[in-house]
Design a protein around this ligand. Structure first.
Ligand code: ADP
Ligand code: MG
Length: 232
């Protein structure tokens, strides 16, 4: 398996500061954060390569267009969920390659379709000018965007810090088994918080990191989207 250093060195050698979703998740996987199985297929390899990848990953799959020019993939139509058959895969491929984005190097990430989570959470990091590496946690969607219901700690963090971060947001109840849903796996969430904090602390060249969303289950978590940005 590749190392964090190898991935970062490769990105820097290409004079890039933004890792694709595929690379970001590859990096997270190297530090033990669970991700759905994924394969990267250059668009120029064509339909047959995509169909092969889909059957290797195993239906149902998700296909996403990876390009430097696309930041919010869903807004550009670059995320195709719930692909169950070869027919669906062909349709998705044709729709993805039709997206105009002036990027010759584009590729498609074929990934396992993760089952529905208890809830989607967000874990992030940034380099604060005063405090250095900092880790952030919140419940995905409206609670973060509108309510700013998030908690922050300076990295690295202890198990105690991670536990406080989890409990101090207003949305904690959503993780604690509401309306008959099971409780999210607190240990897995705390492990992920600690790993993200440690990664940001060990690599100050990582300016920003976003796991958005991280799916939570009664048993484990899964990073289905991620974005890592290096210092310019
Ligand atoms: P965007 O760049 O628009 O944020 P995402 O990669 O986050 O795109 O995909 C949009 C949404 O699709 C996610 O918030 C998640 O709900 C769902 N999704 C993405 N990848 C997967 C996956 N592998 N399995 C299941 N659902 C997924
Ligand atoms: Mg996302």
């Amino acid at each position: 398996m590749v190392t964090v250093e190898e991935i970062l060195t490769r990105v820097k050698s290409e004079n890039r500061t933004v890792l694709t979703e595929f690379e970001s998740k590859e990096l997270l996987a190297t530090i033990g954060i669970p991700i759905p199985g994924q394969a990267l297929v250059p668009v120029k390899d064509g339909m047959d390569a995509i169909i092969n990848s889909c059957s290797q990953i195993g239906y149902p799959v998700v296909m996403k267009l990876m390009s430097d020019k696309i930041v919010h993939k869903s807004d550009s139509g670059a995320v195709k969920l719930n692909i169950h058959t070869e027919e669906d895969a062909k349709t998705a491929f044709n729709e993805l390659v039709a997206i105009e984005c002036e990027d010759e190097t584009k590729a498609i990430s074929v990934q396992q379709m993760a089952k529905s989570p208890i809830t989607e959470i967000i874990i992030g990091s940034l380099q604060d000018p005063q405090f250095g590496a900092t880790v952030m946690f919140g419940i995905g969607g409206i609670l973060v965007e509108v309510m700013k219901d998030v908690s922050f700690r300076i990295a690295p963090i202890s198990d105690f810090d991670a536990d406080e971060m989890l409990h101090e947001i207003k949305g904690f109840k959503i993780l604690d088994g509401y309306r008959g849903k099971p409780q999210a796996d607190f240990e897995a969430i705390k492990e992920t918080l600690k790993k993200v904090a440690q990664l940001a602390y060990d690599h100050p060249e990582i300016a920003e990191m976003d796991l958005n969303p991280l799916f939570t289950y009664a048993d484990g978590v899964l990073a289905v989207d991620a974005r890592i940005i290096l210092k310019a």
